[in-house]
Design a protein around this ligand. Sequence first.
Ligand code: SF4
Length: 226
Amino acid sequence: MVLIELYTSVQGESSFAGMPCIFVRLAGCNLRCSWCDSEYTFTGGEKFSLEQIERKIAALAPVKLIEFTGGEPMLQARELLPLMDRLLAQDYTLLLETSGERPLNSVPKAVHKIMDVKCPASGESGRFHLPNLGALTARDEVKFVLSDRADYEFARDFIGDHDLASRCGQVLLSPAFSKMPSRQLSAENCRLDPRMLVEWMLADNLPARLSLQIHKFIWEPMKKGV
Ligand code: SF4
């Protein structure tokens, strides 16, 4: 597998936010979201065998929560899926952060999928693989990253049209972050004001959860490997 980085931090998003977690960041992405904060994953990386990655993970004991992220991890599904099986057999809890563009029906059911549905301002709306809705379980979380009111309305309608709250464990609404943030640990670096988003969610009684990227409020927003 081609790896960008592997490290321990606290999980920044999802219902696992704040928990110690091993991040396995894989190289390569086939999308180009306008607000992407992981462009350094698009090229490069270093090749490792599954055994080498397992050893790196074991060296970070006792953390038993692992997130596979990228880039788009499912571009390396041929190696990723067997690795997931091996780690599940060792009692790790696995999270898969994915754009939702690749088919997810072959991902082991025990894995917690955190699946994006890209909104219009990302520039990649429409790339979502709709049959992935059928692969969701109560373990899974669906995330919308929002830049403006049009994104919010897209998410609101998608949640309603597909009865998303009954298909998965969590629906997450996350304000997009500026690509040129100040060094301040502040919500002013969000492209969409979280307070405004909360008002919209309450007005619509939306069955969703506000999700802030807490690592961007702990460390400088552009910091990697945290
Ligand atoms: S899918 Fe993720 S890694 Fe790929 S361009 Fe979009 S935000 Fe960046």
